[in-house]
Design a protein around this ligand. Structure first.
Ligand code: MSP
Length: 674
């Protein structure tokens, strides 16, 4: 990565581990992933942090209820969260757990700085506390939490206080100097009036809670969960050594509107007190509501991502969440509107345009992109139609006009960016309807015109693929390949899109539907019944097994029998393993852990993805002999087909993969392992 790339750092909230991810959490993470992909395309060196917020009385109680120690409880939950993000293709660059040692050190360091600078003092506090929001609330004993409506508890304890009151002016000055700090505008106003109303000092340690990061030399004090959790953003990128990594201050914290105050009042105040740089922006998105209420486990109105992804695919979920609501506002979630969008915008819209264009190129030009020919050869009416498409494509790819999708992406105005792209899709559709290439094809003298029309449609699709990539990475990559492009779509700079760059003669791939149409009632029924199945464990709960078959992310793919359960030789014989030789190896853009390999297994060359990218240089693998499971059903990993598995040992607590091999004797390619 060239050293001169500007850095860009963004974060999702650090999620509580007392539940599993639902669509609301998935939304925050999808938003971040979209920004990450967009910024990478624009040439930034981007780091995205997510993680788990694992301390506090809530976890203490949940672990007790489950009858396990807190550390075990949170380890299992954190693994669930991490696996889900990996599985959905939205892994973080940094996954921080608030029980990580490096995080504890950062929290203790931040506290020390605040204390040395005179902003911490000891005291006592009595008040109503909401254990669900982890916040003292301004209500009388017996009253419920004004934010979430659940019962509060009276807590009296010795604490260390943070002099938040001293930061009223500095914060107001900061907001005035950096009007972009709090987004959207409505939230900014809300925070301004809150801070103008005066700030009370905040207790930042607890003696009534055991499960937390200890305050050094002050046990039994542990840190207040928000002092702890917010600091995770900094511990993920170097903590006390943040300057070395160069990502801090964060460019944007993406949060839900319920936690904006913690991020725009407490967090900058802690950092100011410590003399550390303040993040550049906090963006608060709205909530996804179910039946007009915020989704929450306690209300039982939760929708989770796996069933949707299983039935409609991840890109459909990403598209729906980002298209359906204006970023910053609340939105309603329903399976009905989800499937409607899927069928109308994805299957009939983008999918149909792509398949009719590629099918006609296949049929009329043998699968090669036709030559656009000289415009002067066509009637002025024809030329006008072509010109309109070209102009619209150019505007779409601009970042200085609100009509441009890039302008909207830059503004994090995802729904309008998608609206602009989809309105372009319908104008290209209309162009095909008016130019009627299928009629032109019947007249051999119109061959050049036909070529021009299909070139225009294919070139439009190239623009669409690049511009839609941040939101629809898997689909855009498929489309990119269908258009015969063999570069990495994730590193195309959308602002460099120039009309006419699609080379005539490029061989397109055989047309394949991007989004097969689906019957609404059936899709909803499938998603609902999957949602109602008992939650499956997806994350490995026990430490990594000694030998792991590597596919995506190095995760063991099959369900292993319990440790003491034996299998018969006939079971083992079902697995066909052969010696293979790696012929090519390359990184997969957007999948940091995966390498795409081609492997000679004696009878054929297979494409296999392996989760070893963080440990093996692709060039050094070429020629290496490896053990391959060859009779595994093919599957797609991050949109790339994988036809088999490479066997590796999983070493150490991180599960570092070490490829099984045959270094001492020469073995024949294709030999069976038994
Ligand atoms: N642990 C704190 C955050 C600490 S950040 C230093 C927390 N965790 S959370 O798991 O409860 O929520 C994480 C995020 O998910 C919040 O930003 C919240 O707004 C978001 N969502 C939870 N439910 C939601 C919806 N129904 N819709 C959209 N987002 C919502 O708060």
């Amino acid at each position: 990565m060239p050293a001169n790339k500007p850095k860009f750092y963004l974060t999702t909230p650090i999620y509580y581990t007392n539940g599993l991810p639902h669509i609301g959490h998935t939304y925050s993470t999808i938003v971040c992933d979209t920004i990450r992909r967009y910024k990478r395309m624009r040439g930034y060196d981007v780091a995205m942090t997510t993680g788990t917020d694992e301390h506090g009385v809530n976890v203490e109680r949940a672990a007790k209820k489950a009858g396990v120690p807190e550390s075990e409880f949170v380890a299992k939950m954190a693994a669930e969260w991490k696996v889900l993000w990996d599985e959905l293709g939205i892994p973080s660059d940094e996954f921080i757990r608030t029980t990580d040692l490096k995080h504890a050190h950062t929290v203790q360091w931040l506290f020390k700085l605040c204390r040395e600078n005179g902003f911490v003092y000891p005291g006592h506090y009595t008040g109503q506390y909401c254990i669900y929001d982890n916040a003292y609330v301004d209500v009388k004993p017996g009253e419920n939490c004004p934010d979430c409506g659940r019962p509060t508890e009276t807590v009296t304890e010795a604490n260390y206080f943070f002099k938040l009151s001293a930061f009223q002016k500095p914060l107001l000055n900061w907001y005035a100097k950096h009007p972009e700090f709090i987004q959207p505008e409505s939230r900014r106003n809300e925070i301004l009036s809150f801070v103008e109303g005066g700030l009370r000092d905040l207790s930042i340690t607890r003696t009534s809670v055991r499960w937390g990061i200890p305050v050094p030399g002050e046990e039994p004090h542990v840190f207040y969960v928000w002092f702890d959790a917010l600091t995770a953003y900094l511990s993920a990128v170097g903590g006390p050594n943040y300057e070395k990594q160069g990502y801090w201050p964060a460019d944007v914290h993406i949060v839900g509107k319920d936690i904006i105050r913690f991020h725009t009042v407490y967090w900058p105040a802690f950092l100011m007190a410590a003399g550390l740089p303040i993040p550049k922006q906090v963006w608060a998105h709205g909530w996804f509501l179910m039946d007009a209420a915020k989704m929450s486990k306690s209300k039982g109105n939760v929708v989770t991502p796996r069933p949707i992804v299983g039935v409609l695919g991840m890109d459909a979920l990403r598209y729906y969440l980002l298209r359906e609501t204006v970023f910053g506002q609340d939105g309603n979630f329903s399976y009905d509107t989800l499937v409607t969008r899927y069928n109308s915008d994805l299957a009939n819209g983008l999918g149909n345009l792509a398949s009719r264009t590629t099918a006609m190129i296949e049929k009329y030009f043998g699968g090669s992109v036709p030559n656009p020919s000289d415009a002067t050869k066509f009637t002025s009416d024809d030329e006008n139609l072509d010109q309109q498409v070209r102009l619209r494509a150019d505007v779409l790819a601009r970042d200085e006009t609100p009509m441009g999708a890039l302008y909207r992406l830059e503004e994090l105005d995802f729904s309008r960016a998608l609206e602009a792209i989809w309105s372009f899709i319908s104008s290209v559709d209309m162009y095909l309807t008016s130019t009627q290439p299928w009629v032109l094809a019947e007249d051999p003298t119109k061959k050049e015109r036909l070529g021009r029309v299909l070139y225009t449609a294919a070139e439009s699709l190239r623009f669409i693929a690049v511009l839609a990539y941040p939101v629809l990475p898997q689909t855009a990559e498929k489309l990119w390949k269908q258009l015969g492009q063999n570069t990495a779509i994730g590193s195309q700079n959308p602002s460099g899109l120039t009309w006419g760059s699609l080379k005539p003669g490029t061989k397109i791939e055989k047309p394949q539907p991007l989004f097969p149409r689906i019957e609404k009632a059936e899709a909803i029924e499938r998603m609902e019944s999957m949602e109602n199945e008992p939650q499956k464990q997806s994350a490995p709960v026990t430490p990594a097994t000694p030998a792991t078959m590597l596919t995506a992310g190095g995760a063991a793919a099959a369900t292993a029998p319990a440790a003491n359960e034996k299998i018969g030789i006939e079971d083992f014989a079902k697995v066909e393993m052969r010696v293979g030789q790696i012929k090519t190896a390359e990184r997969i853009v957007g999948a940091d852990k995966l390498l795409k390999l081609t492997v000679d297994i004696g009878t054929e060359i297979r494409q296999i993805c392996a989760g070893i990218a963080q440990y093996y240089e692709p060039e050094k693998l070429i020629g290496r002999k490896v053990a391959v499971v060859v009779n595994l059903a093919p599957r797609k990993l991050r949109g790339v087909e994988s036809n088999g598995m490479i066997v590796a040992a999983s070493v150490g607590p991180e599960g570092r993969p070490v490829l099984a091999g045959f270094p001492d004797e020469d073995v024949e390619i294709g030999a069976r392992l038994k």
